[in-house]
Design a protein around this ligand. Structure first.
Ligand code: PEP
Ligand code: MG
Length: 756
C-alpha cells in the first residue's frame, strides 16, 4: 500500500469514528486503537489539557488504570515538552532525552522508542498524541505525518465536544512562556493596553477530512494560481520595486510561492484524504518541525516568509480574505503585523485600535505618518514578534520606551496601569485647558495650532481648543488612495475640512509627495531611482512639473473656499521663483473661476514652508510676497545637519536643542522683524515641551503641533515669562560651549515648568 493510501485508510476510519454517535471518551478510546493498529505500535496514548496539566485520557498499551490518573505538568516529561514547545518529538530512545520521566503507574518501562505530536487548537497545544514501541526505532516521516493528521482530527473533536476550554488553553500558553518583553524602535510615542490581534488572522480549520479529494485538489490549484498572481502583482508594484529590503523580501516570497516541492507536498497530503486547508496546515507543521531541527537564524527568518505565504494560501482557499479590520475589532486591540499600508490602518475602528506593533516599519513610513495623525502608538522593528505573541494575548505597549510586554504578570500589569492612569490624568488636566486661551505670564497671546491630514483629525480642533490647523498635509489623501485623487474628490475633502473647522483657520499645504512618500500612480515621475529621496524629486519640485496635479489641487482648494478665507502654503520652496510659479498656478485658476462666475474665496493668504536652508539667505526677497512663513523643522534640521530624518541610527545623534539649529532659527526669526509676515514652526520639534520653550525664547509666537501636544504646550505657555526666557536664551546662544538641553531643563525646573 502506498503511504498516501495507508494515510487515507486511517483518515477514513477516523472519520467514521468521528461521525458515529459514540460519546467523546469512547471516540478517544477508538482513536488510540486505530492509530496503534495502523502504526503497529504497542502503545498509543492521548493526553489532554485539564486544570493546567496534561491528563492521560485514553491509551492502548499502557495500564488502563492510569487513565485519568497520570498527569504531567506543562514542560514536564516528554509529553509536557511537546505541549510546551508545540513541537513534534521523534525519539529512538526515549530515555536518552533529558526531559524523559518515568511514571510507574503506566507500566511504560519496557518501551524504548517514542514519537509524539501536539494537538493544536487555536494555535495552542491542548493535548498530545503519542506512540511508543518496545523496539528502539526512529519513526518514518509517513508515520509522523499520520500522527499529525490524527492530531488535527482530534483537535476538531476536542473543539466540538468542548473537551478543553479555551481559557485553559490560554493559561497553558501563559504557563509556557510567561511574561515576555520585546523591544523595538519608537515610531509613534504613547502607552496602550489591549489584546493582540493579527492584521492577517489565521484561519480556523473546521473540516479536516475531505469529502471529495478531486474537488479539494482543484481548490488548492486555484488558490495557488491566485496567490502567485498576487505575489507577482506585489513584486510589480512600483512602491516596492525600487530596490532594497522590500525587493529582497518579495523575491524570497516569489521563490517560495513558485516552489514545486511545496505544492507537491500539499498535493500528497490531499491524496491522503485531507481537505485543502488541512493539507496546507499539515505540510506547514511538518516544515516547522524540520526548520526547528536545523536551528539556523537565517532559516528562521525565511520560515516567517513561508508562514506568511501558507497563511495567505489558506485564506485564499477558505475564502476568508479579509484582514482583521473586516471582521471588526471586538475589544481593545494591539494590532500585530509585519507591515501595513496606510489605507489598511485606516480601515480599523479607531475606538478599539489602541496600538500597533510592526515587525518592520520606519519613522517616515506612510503608515506611521497616518498612525501619528490618528494618535495610535506604534512600536516598530519588533523583530520576531510574531513568534512570541499569540492572537488574544494581553499586551502592554509602551511605545515611548520602545518596548512591549506580552502576557504580563499581575504586578507588572498593575504598575503599568498606574503609569497609564497618571498619563490619562495629565491628559484630562490638559483637556481642561481646552477653552483657556494660551497667554504667557507676561500677557502675550501665543497661537497654538495643530497639524492634521485627515478629515477626522478636524474633530481634534474642538477637543484640544487649538487655534486652527497650522499644517494640513494634503498628501495624506494621496497616500491612502490607490489612484490619483480626482479634483472633485479633493474639493469635497477640503470643503468638509473647512466646514468642520468652522471659524478657525486651516492652512492647506499643497501636496508633498515624492521621495519617501511615494505613491504608485506617480511612480514614473518620482525617482528614476532617486538615491536621496528627501532631497529628490518631491513636493513643489514635482508638483510644478506635473502641472495637471498642481492645477487640479489649486482649483479644488479655491472652489472649496468659495465665500471664505483660503490659507495655502507651498512645501520645500528652495528659491523665491518657485513660490512665484506655484502662486501663478493659483492665479490662473482663480481667473478661470472668475470667468465662470463661480463663488470665489473672500481672501487668499499665501505662505511658504522654510525647509530648505538656502531659502533663509533670501528671505528679504521672499517675505514681501508672503502673508506667513512656517518653518518645517523636520526637514530643515535634517538638511542643516545632513542627517537623514528616517535613519534610526541618527535619530538620537543631533539635538534640536543645539546651538547651530537654534542660532539658525533665531536668525530667520530676526530677519522677519518688521515684515508683517506671521512666523510659525510646524515641525515635530514644536510639540515637545523643552523644544517649544526654546522656540518661544528665540521669538516664535505660533506653533503648529500634533494634536496630543496642544494641551501640554498650552500649559507650558501659561508659565512662561517671555522677556526672562528670551534673555536666558540669548545668553546661552552666545556661548557655544553650553549644553542647552541641560541649561533649559534647569531653568524650567527652577520655575516649576514641567518639561517631560
Ligand atoms: C517638516 O518638514 O517639518 C514638516 C512639517 O513637513 P513634513 O513632516 O510633512 O515633511
Ligand atoms: Mg517637510
Amino acid at each position: 500500500m502506498t503511504a498516501a493510501a495507508s494515510a487515507r485508510q486511517i483518515l477514513t476510519s477516523l472519520h467514521e469514528v468521528m461521525a458515529s454517535r459514540l460519546h467523546a471518551q469512547a471516540k478517544l478510546d477508538r482513536v488510540v486503537e486505530i492509530v496503534g493498529e495502523s502504526l503497529t505500535s504497542e502503545v498509543c496514548s492521548i493526553y489532554l489539557l485539564r486544570e493546567g496539566s496534561l491528563e492521560l485520557f485514553a491509551t492502548r498499551g499502557l495500564n488502563k488504570s492510569a487513565v485519568h490518573v497520570t498527569r504531567m505538568a506543562i514542560g514536564e516529561g516528554l509529553t509536557g515538552v511537546i505541549a510546551d514547545n508545540v513541537e513534534t518529538l521523534n525519539l529512538a530512545e526515549a530515555k536518552a532525552h533529558p526531559d524523559f520521566q518515568y511514571r510507574p503507574e503506566t507500566g511504560e518501562e519496557k518501551f524504548h522508542s517514542f514519537a509524539g505530536v501536539p494537538i493544536v487548537y487555536r494555535e495552542r497545544a491542548v493535548g498530545v498524541l503519542c506512540v511508543q514501541h518496545v523496539e528502539p526505532r526512529r519513526y518514518e516521516e509517513v508515520e509522523i505525518e499520520a500522527l499529525q493528521t490524527t492530531a488535527m482530527v482530534l483537535s476538531e473533536l476536542i473543539a466540538n465536544a468542548e473537551l478543553v476550554d479555551e481559557e485553559e488553553a490560554r493559561g497553558l500558553i501563559e504557563g509556557k512562556t510567561g511574561q515576555q518583553t520585546v523591544s523595538g524602535l519608537t515610531l509613534v510615542t504613547g502607552l496602550a493596553v489591549g489584546h493582540a490581534v493579527y492584521h492577517q488572522p489565521r484561519v480556523q480549520i473546521t473540516q479536516v477530512v475531505a469529502d471529495d479529494i478531486e474537488a479539494e485538489r482543484q481548490r488548492v490549484y486555484r488558490a495557488f494560481d491566485k496567490m502567485r498572481e498576487q505575489i507577482d502583482n506585489l513584486t510589480g508594484q512600483a512602491e516596492f520595486g525600487i530596490g532594497g529590503e522590500h525587493e529582497e523580501v518579495l523575491e524570497t516570497y516569489k521563490m517560495f510561492a513558485y516552489d514545486e516541492g511545496w505544492s507537491r507536498r500539499i498535493n500528497e497530503a490531499i491524496d491522503s484524504g485531507l481537505t485543502a486547508e488541512a493539507a496546507i496546515e499539515r505540510v506547514q507543521q511538518h516544515t516547522r518541525m524540520r526548520m526547528r531541527e536545523i536551528d539556523d537564524p537565517l532559516l528562521a527568518d525565511r520560515m516567517h516568509d513561508l508562514e506568511d505565504l501558507a497563511n495567505r494560501l489558506v485564506r485564499i482557499v477558505s475564502g476568508q480574505l479579509g484582514t482583521a479590520a473586516s471582521q471588526g475589532l471586538r475589544r481593545d486591540t494591539i494590532l500585530i503585523a509585519r507591515n501595513l499600508g496606510p489605507a489598511e490602518l485606516l480601515e480599523y475602528d479607531r475606538r478599539r485600535l489602541k496600538g500597533v506593533i510592526l515587525e518592520e516599519g520606519s519613522l517616515t513610513a506612510h503608515v506611521v505618518i497616518v498612525a501619528r495623525a490618528m494618535g495610535v502608538p506604534v512600536l516598530g522593528r519588533a523583530n520576531g514578534i510574531r513568534g512570541i505573541i499569540r492572537d488574544g494575548d494581553e499586551v502592554l505597549l509602551d511605545a515611548s520606551a520602545a518596548t512591549a510586554t506580552i502576557r504580563p504578570t499581575a504586578s507588572v500589569a498593575e504598575a503599568f496601569e498606574a503609569r497609564f492612569a497618571k498619563s490619562r490624568e495629565k491628559q484630562a488636566a490638559y483637556a481642561e485647558l481646552r477653552d483657556v486661551e494660551p497667554f504667557t505670564r507676561c500677557g502675550t497671546r501665543i497661537q497654538v495650532m495643530m497639524n492634521a491630514g485627515l478629515r477626522d483629525d478636524i474633530s481634534s480642533l474642538a477637543m484640544t481648543g487649538a487655534d486652527g490647523v497650522g499644517l494640513f498635509r494634503t498628501e495624506f489623501q494621496f497616500l491612502v488612495s490607490a489612484t490619483l485623487p480626482q479634483r472633485e474628490r479633493q474639493t469635497r475633502l477640503y470643503r468638509d475640512v473647512l466646514d468642520a473647522a468652522g471659524e478657525k483657520p486651516v492652512i492647506f499645504r499643497t501636496v508633498d509627495i515624492g521621495g519617501d512618500k511615494s505613491v504608485p500612480y506617480l511612480a514614473s515621475d518620482i525617482a528614476d531611482n532617486d538615491e536621496n529621496p528627501a532631497m529628490g524629486w518631491r513636493a513643489l519640485r514635482l508638483a510644478l512639473t506635473r502641472e495637471g496635479l498642481m492645477k487640479a489641487q489649486a482649483r479644488a482648494l479655491l472652489e472649496a473656499s468659495g465665500g471664505r478665507s483660503l490659507y495655502v502654503m507651498f512645501p520645500m520652496v528652495s528659491e523665491p521663483w518657485e513660490f512665484d510659479a506655484a502662486k501663478k498656478v493659483f492665479d490662473e485658476q482663480l481667473a478661470f473661476l472668475r470667468s465662470k462666475k463661480k463663488l470665489l474665496p473672500e481672501a487668499i493668504h499665501y505662505g511658504a514652508m522654510l525647509e530648505v536652508p538656502a531659502l533663509a539667505e533670501v528671505l528679504d526677497l521672499l517675505l514681501p510676497k508672503l502673508s506667513f512663513l512656517s518653518v518645517g523643522t523636520n526637514d530643515l534640521t535634517q538638511f542643516l545637519f545632513a542627517a537623514d530624518r528616517a535613519n534610526p541610527k541618527l535619530a538620537e545623534r543631533y539635538d534640536w536643542l543645539s546651538v547651530p539649529i537654534l542660532r539658525f532659527l533665531r536668525r530667520v526669526m530676526q530677519s522677519s522683524i518688521g515684515s508683517g509676515v506671521d512666523m510659525a514652526v510646524c515641525g515635530e520639534m514644536g510639540g515637545r515641551r523643552l523644544e517649544a520653550l526654546a522656540l518661544l525664547g528665540i521669538g516664535f509666537r505660533r506653533l503648529s503641533i500634533t494634536p496630543a501636544a496642544v494641551g501640554p504646550i498650552k500649559e507650558l505657555v501659561r508659565k512662561v515669562d517671555l522677556a526672562e526666557l528670551g534673555d536666558a536664551m540669548s545668553g546661552w546662544l552666545m556661548d557655544p560651549s553650553v549644553n542647552l538641553r541641560e541649561e533649559l531643563s534647569a531653568w524650567a525646573a527652577a520655575r516649576d515648568i514641567d518639561t517631560d
